[in-house]
Design a protein around this ligand. Structure first.
Ligand code: ZN
Length: 317
């Protein structure tokens, strides 16, 4: 394990205890920076140790992440993200999707005439977009991997919170983005009602994989410190937030370990067998019963600016 510091205020700052979370038999602590309010995991597993928390079950099956019906939904939401990202451009351009996963977003951008590039840490996940002919590299972005001012748009969809050194990654991508270019970020909101209501049962906490938990304020402070200006921020995410309510609720009533997520993911059968058929039935029934409420709550939280995940667009000054 290693100590972490606030990436906005740097080492030497004070931090207070924020939350403890048990995950996969270990207890993890989140601290909150006393100066800026950013929440981060500390101590945290070393990089090599962390690989153990990104196993096959995290990434889902080889061909697709979820079972088939949900794949349709996943593409629908990815298409909506493509629409939102394209609002900032009159024509097409070049896009870099950091942590592109199976490449759905990139593929849909290419269909709209964009030139798409991606990076992905998992060789397994990257193999699918590579086979589809997308330009995806495995590993973190390297210096000089792309020419300066190359990209018009760089996206971090649910990625920033996973990075060990998000400040270093932003410094590396800044020269690659042209002036006036856009960075899109979606990330869990630690100041949401969902986070506060459920605490360690909050689905989007995802300890220890989520090393940083932002809020609208800390995300803006972090991005501003690296030369970006906030253009738009929304608390509505139909892709993330209703499901967050649902799974957090199931965790809270005792179907821990993100039960529904495990069942609907295209995960190895061994994971699913943790739940008896009777429990699986209960999980599905409960889910169907509370889903309407989850949708309503997500809408309300969007309106009052307390969304469980936020999506923001920043422009490079
Ligand atoms: Zn700080």
């Amino acid at each position: 394990m290693e100590e972490a510091t606030c990436p906005i205020c740097g080492p030497g700052g004070r931090a207070e205890n924020f939350l403890r979370a048990r995950s996969e038999e270990s207890l993890f602590s989140y601290l909150r920076c006393s100066a800026c309010g950013l929440v981060f995991l500390s101590p945290r597993p070393e990089a090599a140790e962390m690989k153990g928390f990104y196993g096959e079950e995290y990434y889902g099956g080889e061909d697709r992440k979820f079972r088939s019906g949900l794949e349709v939904l996943r593409r629908f939401f990815a298409r909506a993200r493509v629409r939102r990202a394209r609002r900032y451009f009159s024509g097409s351009g070049k896009v870099l999707d950091v942590g592109c996963g199976q490449g759905t977003f990139l593929q849909l951008m290419q269909e709209k005439g964009w030139e798409g590039y991606g990076t992905e840490l998992s060789t397994r996940s990257a193999s699918r977009p590579m086979q589809a002919g997308l330009s995806v590299s495995v590993g973190e972005i390297r210096e000089n991997q792309f020419p300066a001012d190359f990209f018009d748009l760089i996206t971090f969809w649910q990625v920033l919170e996973h990075l060990r050194d998000p400040a270093a990654v932003l410094q590396r991508i800044l020269p690659l983005l042209r002036r006036g270019g856009i960075v899109a970020v979606s990330t869990p909101n630690v100041e949401s009602w969902q986070a506060r209501t459920f605490g360690e049962d909050w689905f989007h906490l995802d300890a220890p994989r989520h090393l940083f938990l932002f809020s609208p304020r800390t995300l803006e402070a972090f991005m501003t410190a690296h030369g970006f200006r906030l253009q738009a921020l929304t608390h509505f995410s139909w892709e993330q937030n209703p499901y967050g309510w649902l799974q957090s609720f199931l965790n809270w009533v005792g179907f821990s370990g993100n039960s529904l997520y495990t069942l609907i993911k295209n995960a190895p059968g061994s994971r699913k067998r943790r739940f008896t058929l009777r429990d699986q039935g209960k999980i599905y029934l409960l889910s169907a019963a509370v889903l309407p409420l989850c949708l309503v709550l997500s809408g309300v939280m969007g309106i009052i600016h307390r969304g469980a995940t936020i999506e923001a667009f920043f422009v490079k000054e």
